[in-house]
Design a protein around this ligand. Structure first.
Ligand code: 6GU
Length: 228
């Protein structure tokens, strides 16, 4: 898979891709992530990428031309499955969408900033608009990193078998059961006996029961069907 991320502030995302699992996924050649600075395509000697909005009002709007040129450059090199725009009024990002996007080959993610992008980019270029939740961020960059992380960790070979993405919270509409490591007791706090029993069917049953109990308590909406 290849993900091209377009932003006026690409440095905001560098660290997210330069560590831990996302770094390893790239080093293994399982995904290629390219951050593109929209300013490189800005107009004139000031590399302008935004302008006042027609009709007046506070806030600058990202111009069509730099975005269009950058995207056309990318499209001349390969075909893209989706051109995604990160925006608080997009479709809510959930595990199911991460699963679907993880099956794609090439993605472009455009990060909004300022007041957003000229509507014509959204009308004619963008194929999918994503929000990561009902709150407003100062730009789409952190949201793009969130979405990319959720997608990349699903790619075959990124996680090992033990931490397989299939056992994640949400993947089966259930939150994950609690986990413990050594020591078996500290401060008088003991690890549940069953986990030390070596009886794997019993352990599995305990984990399933716990997952159900925790989901009922914290996210009953997940048990009401279709939500994922
Ligand atoms: Cl994708 N962008 C911004 N700016 N704010 C958000 C968001 C995206 N998702 C939730 N809030």
């Amino acid at each position: 898979m290849r993900i091209d991320i377009i932003s006026a502030q690409p440095a905001l995302m560098e660290s997210a891709f330069a560590h831990s699992i996302l770094k390893r996924a790239q080093n293994k050649g399982l995904v290629e992530v390219q951050l593109h600075n929209l300013k490189d395509y800005g107009l004139g000697k000031h590399r302008q990428i935004d302008d006042y909005q027609f009709g007046g009002g506070a806030g600058m709007v990202m111009m069509v031309e730099p975005i269009l040129k950058l995207i056309q450059d990318l499209q001349s090199q390969r075909e893209y499955d989706e051109l995604i725009y990160m925006t608080p009024d997009g479709e809510l990002f959930e595990q199911k969408m991460a699963n679907q996007l993880s099956l794609k080959e090439n993605l472009i993610i455009l990060c909004g900033h300022y007041k957003g992008v000229d509507q014509r980019i959204r009308d004619h270029i963008i194929t999918k608009e994503i929000s990561i939740g009902s709150y407003v961020l100062s730009g789409g960059e952190l949201a793009a990193a969130v979405v990319s992380d959720a997608i990349i960790r699903l790619l075959p070979g990124v996680l090992n078998d033990e931490s397989s993405a299939l056992s994640d919270s949400f993947q089966d509409d259930l939150l994950a059961p609690p986990v413990y490591t050594r020591p078996a007791e500290i401060n008088g706090w003991a690890v549940p006996e069953v986990l030390q029993s070596g009886n794997f069917p019993k352990i599995e049953a305990w984990r399933e029961a716990k997952a159900l109990e925790i989901t009922k308590e914290k996210r009953p909406d997940l048990l009401e069907g279709e939500s994922l």
